[in-house]
Design a protein around this ligand. Structure first.
Ligand code: NAD
Length: 499
């Protein structure tokens, strides 16, 4: 059985804990590798070594650090197919979607090339008589990134790019479900010129995460994953005096107004609801048509589109719409929630429960589901399902629809489909959700803007990527300097006693 270990001090490093977790092939259900899980002592050693490497890296000028990122961009592009194949093989998402995962991470590395500009700081000339004042952005030291399974390239890249280019060393603790791509990225960074020890990839589980949270050298923790863990990490990291930003789960609503182009809205819902088997934090999981007529027409358009979806392994070709979910436990949880929807009285318009793929009976495939007449008290509405299940909640008016989204505890993304500019502007201005799409179903901001949810979808003050990432991974030092006004009396030819 293949074993996957850690990346420490620029080398693949075998773990010594004797603890492993299984890495599955989600399409077949087979275990394809065993992943070494680090102990607290292993984590602490990796941090101590990173702290040593950080000193010279932090003192390297920003332009040189940015050049490592430039080279990294070239190498990711060179190895794009290899990275995407490894990603699909462990995650299960289709090959084009895996490339998208790498691409959206790569764009943040491209943004990081602008580090010399972004780290420039501020300067006030003559703040007082003979006084100048300037603020510097300095690295924090050693920081940590803890990432989820659903974007095994993109989110590690969102963490490592800004953290490293700001002059920090990073401990990356990727998801134990799909650990290979982060290790490949660490090797590419070495090839790009990153000094050994500056990026340590330490694989592990809760024991390793807790060791990160309690390690006194680590100054900041960036986390992405489910809400209960995000909240736990935010609280424990903060209690230990660390800077923390923790991004959690989601329940993203799309409001469909009576004036919307319903074909466009239905197409958008198919991609945003079922793409990547619904395992995206920006997936649309709730459709809110306004008015009974809109709802009936929307359901009529959705059903044939859903029935046409092609579900299969990533190896079956680029026309596969989505692949398996990540684990058997994830599949069971989705089917349990679907059953709760039926039991609590929602109308299951498309029932994917009996879905079976010949030759892949043990794979973690879940057929597409569509619910209608879902109400806010149902578990399928309150909980994140993270599977190919779209719930329809019918709203009587725009006010009712916007209230639904605003009252939900999650606030990651949302969208509105309408032809009316006033409604769209009102929605964008009033909604208490971090990322908003207007006739755009998955409004993931580009690398030079910032990404982050509100309410229970995000804990901490600053967003991911964009200028916020440069604020998160640096601290400000402000210098007030007064200089003597210089030699006024001409040259001195004798030694003077020091007063
Ligand atoms: P998860 O919370 O199970 O795991 C995330 C990370 O936390 C992993 O590295 C894991 O090893 C670690 N972890 C798990 N349990 C832990 C525990 N008890 N103590 C300490 N660490 C623990 O999340 P996941 O299943 O990998 O990812 C899916 C979730 O991530 C979904 O809820 C999704 O919405 C969310 N997500 C959010 C965003 C965002 O930007 N808001 C982006 C992607 C995914």
């Amino acid at each position: 059985m293949k074993e996957i270990h850690h990346w420490i001090d620029g080398k693949e490093t075998k773990g010594g804990s004797g603890r492993f977790s299984d890495v599955f092939n989600p399409a077949t259900g087979e275990v394809q590798a065993r992943l070494s899980l680090a102990t607290k002592a292993e984590l602490d050693d990796a941090v101590a070594s990173a702290a040593k490497a950080q000193v010279a890296w932090g003192a390297t000028n920003p332009q040189r650090r940015a050049r490592v990122m430039m080279k990294f961009v070239d190498l990711i592009n060179r190895d794009m197919d290899k990275l995407a194949e490894a990603l699909s093989a462990e995650h299960g998402k289709t090959f084009p979607d895996a490339k998208g995962d790498v691409q959206r991470g790569l764009e943040v590395i491209e943004f990081c090339i602008g580090a010399p500009h972004l780290l420039k700081g501020e300067f006030t000339d003559s703040a007082g008589p003979g006084i100048d004042m300037y603020s510097m952005r300095q690295p924090l030291g050693v920081v940590a990134g803890i990432t989820p399974f659903n974007f095994p390239a993109m989110i590690p890249l969102w963490k490592m790019g800004p953290a490293l280019v700001c002059g920090n060393a990073m401990i990356l603790k990727p998801s134990e479900r799909d650990p290979s791509v982060p290790l490949m990225l660490a090797k590419l960074l070495q090839e790009a010129g990153l000094p050994d020890g500056v990026l340590q990839v330490v694989n592990g589980d809760k024991e390793t995460v807790d060791a990160i949270l309690d390690n006194e050298t680590i100054q900041a923790v960036g986390f992405v994953g489910s809400t209960p863990i995000a909240q736990y990490i935010y609280e424990r990291a903060s209690a230990n005096g660390k800077r923390a930003q923790c991004f959690g789960g989601a329940k993203n609503h799309m409001i469909i107004m009576p004036d919307a182009d319903l074909d466009q809205a239905a197409d958008a819902l198919i991609g945003a609801g079922y793409g990547a088997a619904g395992e995206r934090c920006m997936a649309i999981s709730v459709a809110v048509p306004v008015g009974e007529k809109t709802a009936d027409a929307l359901i009529e358009k959705l059903v044939p589109r859903i029935e046409k979806l092609k579900v299969g392994p990533w190896t079956a070709g680029d026309d596969v719409d989505y692949g398996p979910v990540v684990t058997k436990a994830a599949k069971e949880n989705i089917l349990r929630l679907v059953q709760s929807g039926v039991d609590q009285g929602a109308e299951l318009v498309v029932d994917g429960r009996d879905f079976n793929l010949q030759g892949y009976e043990d794979g973690f495939f879940v057929g597409p589901h569509l619910f209608d007449r879902v109400t806010p008290d149902m578990d399928i509405y309150t909980q994140e399902i993270f599977g190919p299940v779209l719930s329809t909640v019918r709203a009587g008016s725009y006010e009712e629809a916007i209230k639904l989204a605003m009252d939900h505890e999650y606030g990651n993304g949302t969208a509105i489909y309408t032809r009316d500019g006033d409604t769209a502007r009102d929605f964008a201005s009033r909604i208490n959700i971090g990322m908003v799409g207007i006739n755009v179903p998955i409004p993931v901001p580009l690398a030079y803007h910032t990404f982050g949810g509100w309410k229970k979808s995000g804990f901490g003050d600053l967003n991911q990527h964009g200028p916020d990432a440069f604020r998160f991974y640096t601290r400000t030092k402000t210098v007030t300097a007064r200089w003597p006004s210089g030699i006024k009396e001409g040259g001195e030819f004798n030694f003077k006693a020091m007063d």
